[in-house]
Design a binder for this molecule. Structure first.
Ligand SMILES: [Ca+2]
Ligand SMILES: [Ca+2]
Ligand SMILES: [Ca+2]
Length: 235
C-alpha cells in the first residue's frame, strides 16, 4: 500500500502539520475449505469386519462426515446434498454446524448415489461477501435389502448328508454364508466358486450322519452392507 498527502499552506501562510496517519482496512474474506468427505457404511466396499452397529448406527443409517475449516476462523454452516443416479441433486439437510450427518435411509431405494457437502461462511460475513465451497464425494452404493437364500435341498449321500442351495443379492453381493443344523452353532460355508463375493453364490456342503428323526438346517447369508437373509429346509 502507498499513499500520498498533498499539503498546502493555509490563509496567513501557516504551515500545515500532520501528526498521525491511521489506515483502517477490513481483511478480505477467504473461502472455506472442505476435505475428507466419507460415507459409512458404503455397500460397494468390503466392510473390513466392522459392522454398522459398531459405529453406533442403527440399521439403515448412513453416517456422512467431512472436515471443514475457514482460513478466517469463520463459523461455517454446512448443507448435504444427494444425487440419485439419473436425477438431480436433492437437499438432504442444511444449516448444519456439525461436520457429520446421520442419514436414515429407510425407504430410500437401493442403488448408486453421489453426495456433496457445501460449506458457507455467511454467518460471519456481510451479505455479498460470504463465500462457499462444495465438495463432491465418490459414488457409493446403498443396499438395504438382505440376500435371498433359496433352492435349499438336503440329499442323503451314503453315510452323509449333502446340503445345497444358492444365495442371491443384487445390491452389494453375498459376502458370507453360514449354516446351522438343528440349532447348533453357525458353521462357515464356502461357496462353490471358493469366494463369497458375487450376486449369486451356489454352495454344497456335506455333513455327517444325523441322528434318526427329522432335522432342520438354516442357512444365512450376509451381503457386503451387512444385511442378513436366511432360508431353512427340513429333512
Ligand atoms: Ca471466510
Ligand atoms: Ca443386499
Ligand atoms: Ca463368488
Amino acid at each position: 500500500m502507498q499513499y500520498k498527502l498533498s499539503l498546502q499552506r493555509g490563509k496567513g501562510g501557516a504551515s500545515p502539520l500532520v501528526s498521525e496517519v491511521a489506515i483502517y482496512c477490513a481483511p478480505q474474506n477467504r473461502r472455506p475449505q472442505l476435505s475428507g468427505l466419507a460415507v459409512a457404511p458404503d455397500g460397494s466396499k468390503k466392510n473390513g469386519g466392522a459392522s454398522a452397529s459398531e459405529d453406533g448406527l442403527a440399521n439403515g443409517e448412513v453416517r456422512i462426515s467431512w472436515i471443514g475449516s475457514d482460513p478466517d476462523d469463520d463459523e461455517l454452516l454446512y448443507s448435504v446434498w444427494l444425487l440419485p443416479e439419473g436425477a438431480d441433486w436433492l437437499l438432504l439437510k442444511d444449516e448444519l454446524k456439525e461436520m457429520s450427518f446421520t442419514w436414515d435411509t429407510a425407504g430410500v431405494p437401493d442403488g448408486r448415489y453421489a453426495l456433496k457437502v457445501a460449506a458457507s461462511d455467511s454467518q460471519a460475513n456481510p451479505a455479498g461477501e460470504a463465500l462457499d465451497r462444495e465438495l463432491e464425494g465418490d459414488e457409493f452404493l446403498l443396499d438395504n435389502t438382505p440376500p435371498v437364500v433359496e433352492q435349499l435341498r438336503v440329499k442323503q449321500q451314503e453315510d452323509a448328508w449333502e446340503l445345497s442351495g444358492c444365495a442371491l443379492d443384487e445390491g452389494s453381493g453375498v459376502a458370507a454364508l453360514e449354516y446351522s443344523l438343528d440349532g447348533a452353532s453357525w458353521v462357515g460355508l464356502s461357496p462353490s466358486d471358493g469366494v463369497a463375493d458375487g450376486g449369486r453364490e451356489d454352495f454344497a456342503v456335506r455333513f455327517g450322519a444325523a441322528a434318526p428323526g427329522s432335522h432342520r438346517v438354516v442357512v444365512r447369508a450376509r451381503d457386503r452392507a451387512d444385511n442378513v437373509g436366511a432360508g431353512a429346509v427340513s429333512f
